[in-house]
Structures are given as structure tokens and as C-alpha cells.
Design a protein around this ligand. Structure first.
Ligand SMILES: [Zn+2]
Length: 289
């Protein structure tokens, strides 16, 4: 029912619109009509939704192109009613790169807002505008697009993991702490911010904000789980590589001839694997687990 519609390819990255996205312009259309707004006003609001989501797509493209600069591909960019997601093939574990990729999205919105602002200033110089003159519908529309881009940049920079600001926070923490701990702290800070969204959403009866908060919280928990799993897999791999090391020296603990299995070497604080009475591998117990 909610199939994604492929819009095309931008810089070789497939751009999709998720089936649920259409609920947003439909909601704007019907709520405008229910409020008794004129056809022109409702049409402008729907056009504004599409203009803002074009900017959201460019924001995601910013992330994708920054990732590409570090050799990380993007599977696709998909637009949902709550925003867009650029599915990067992986996240860089280098904090500087993660910050650059996270900031590239909001930077696009800042550039769009700046370009529109320059356009307004340029137009004001070229035309003799008087305060009594009515602002044209064209100017009003693009001033709303400009404002939306400022809000998009500011909102995404809130320290709410896994939103862009939360990623910057995690990367900054990761310069001092291990990645799992840095993610745990970023997710905790993000949960507090998400609770703030819920409080504001309840106060202002803004259902969309509550939904965003719940989504952000769920995505944060999912990413924390995946970071923990990867760390565990890495620790396991490290231990496996130690298994393949040849034992050195003579084991202090004698084992019976022909013994096959593991024996604890108290002097060296290692487990030694024996095969038919011969020590074949050691495992360093001090390795992280
Ligand atoms: Zn972003």
C-alpha cells in the first residue's frame, strides 16, 4: 500500500518518495479546506510543502556527497512525511569525518536560506520598494521557504542523536571516550531533548513534533544497539586473532601428555590451547570482552 515512488537519480543516488509522504500534502490540503481557506491559499500551502521537501532532499544530498568524499556510498535517499533519510552504506568511525558528514546537511539549508536572502536584498536594491506596498505572494512564498530552511538547519543541529546535532555531539565525545560510551551519552542527551519535544508538542498540540520525538528516540536506541553489537563483534574478532598467535615460552602449568583442550597458565595469566599435549595457541585474558 505504502510503496515508495522513485523520482530519479541525483549524482547517481536514487531518490525515493515513501508512500506515506503523500499523507502530508493531503493533510495540508484537507485541513486548509476545512478551515475555509481559499483555493489559492490552500494551493500555496501545498506548493510550500513540496518546496520545503525539495530542500529536505538537498539536505540529504549534502550528507550523501560529504560521505562520498570519504569513499562512503549512499544506497538511496527517501523522503518521509517527517523528513528525509540518506541511507549511507556505513558511518565513518573517524570523529572528524562524522562531524563533516553531519554538518553537510544543515550547511545546505544555510546556503539555500542565504541565497534566498541575497535574492531578496538584491531585488530590494533593484526595485523601489515602499513600506506601504503590499508584499507580493511570490516574495511571501519564498520568505516562508527561507524561514523553513533556517528552521531545518537549527532543528537538525539540536543535540538529539541520531539527528545531525546529536551525531556531532557523539563524534566530539568519541574523541575522548570509546565509541560505545560516547553513543550512550549522546543517546541519553538525545532522549532528554526528545522528552522536551514531547512536552512542547503536548503543550502546543503539535502531533508532528511528538511523532518526531518518538521516531528520534527509537532510531537512537536502534543505533546504540548496533554500535554495542559492532563493539562486541570487534572484541570477539580481537580475541580470535589472539587465538592464532603461536604460544611463546614453556607453559608453567604442566598438562598430561596427549592433553587436548584449554589449560589456565597462572604465571602468564593466559589460557593455553593444547592439541595432543602440544601448546598451539594462547588467549590473552586481559583483552577486552
Ligand atoms: Zn541531516
Amino acid at each position: 500500500m505504502f510503496r515508495s515512488l522513485k523520482l530519479g537519480k541525483v549524482f547517481g543516488i536514487e531518490l525515493f518518495v515513501h508512500g506515506t509522504f503523500w499523507l502530508l500534502p493531503l493533510f495540508v490540503l484537507f485541513s486548509g479546506m476545512a478551515d475555509g481557506d481559499g483555493l489559492a491559499a490552500v494551493g500555496t500551502d501545498v506548493a510550500l510543502v513540496f518546496a520545503i521537501f525539495a530542500c529536505v532532499a538537498l539536505h540529504e544530498l549534502g550528507h550523501a556527497l560529504a560521505a562520498r568524499a570519504y569513499g562512503i556510498g549512499t544506497r538511496d535517499i527517501t523522503l518521509y512525511p517527517l523528513g528525509g533519510i540518506a541511507s549511507l552504506e556505513r558511518m565513518p568511525e573517524n570523529p572528524g569525518r562524522e562531524i563533516a558528514i553531519a554538518l553537510a546537511g544543515p550547511a545546505v539549508n544555510v546556503v539555500i536560506a542565504g541565497a534566498l536572502f541575497s535574492g531578496f536584498v538584491g531585488a530590494a536594491f533593484l526595485t523601489t520598494w515602499t513600506p506601504s506596498e503590499q508584499i507580493s505572494g511570490f516574495d511571501l512564498f519564498f520568505s516562508r521557504v527561507m524561514l523553513a530552511n533556517i528552521v531545518l538547519a537549527a532543528f537538525n543541529l539540536l543535540p538529539c542523536f541520531p539527528m545531525d546535532g546529536g551525531r556531532v555531539l557523539r563524534a566530539l565525545l568519541a574523541t575522548q571516550l570509546n565509541r560505545v560510551r560516547a553513543t550512550e551519552i549522546a543517546v541519553s542527551v538525545g532522549s532528554v531533548v526528545a522528552l522536551g519535544f514531547i512536552a512542547v508538542g503536548l503543550y502546543a498540540s503539535h502531533f508532528g513534533l511528538i511523532l518526531v520525538a518518538v521516531m528520534v528516540w527509537l532510531l537512537g536506541q536502534a543505533e546504540l544497539a548496533s554500535v554495542r553489537m559492532r563493539a562486541r563483534a570487534r572484541a570477539m574478532r580481537d580475541r580470535m586473532s589472539e587465538w592464532s598467535e603461536e604460544p611463546t615460552g614453556t607453559p608453567s602449568t604442566p598438562v598430561s601428555p596427549g592433553f587436548t583442550g584449554l589449560a589456565w597458565d597462572d604465571a602468564r595469566r593466559v589460557w593455553v590451547q593444547y592439541d595432543s599435549g602440544r601448546a598451539v595457541r594462547v588467549i590473552d585474558s586481559s583483552s577486552p570482552s
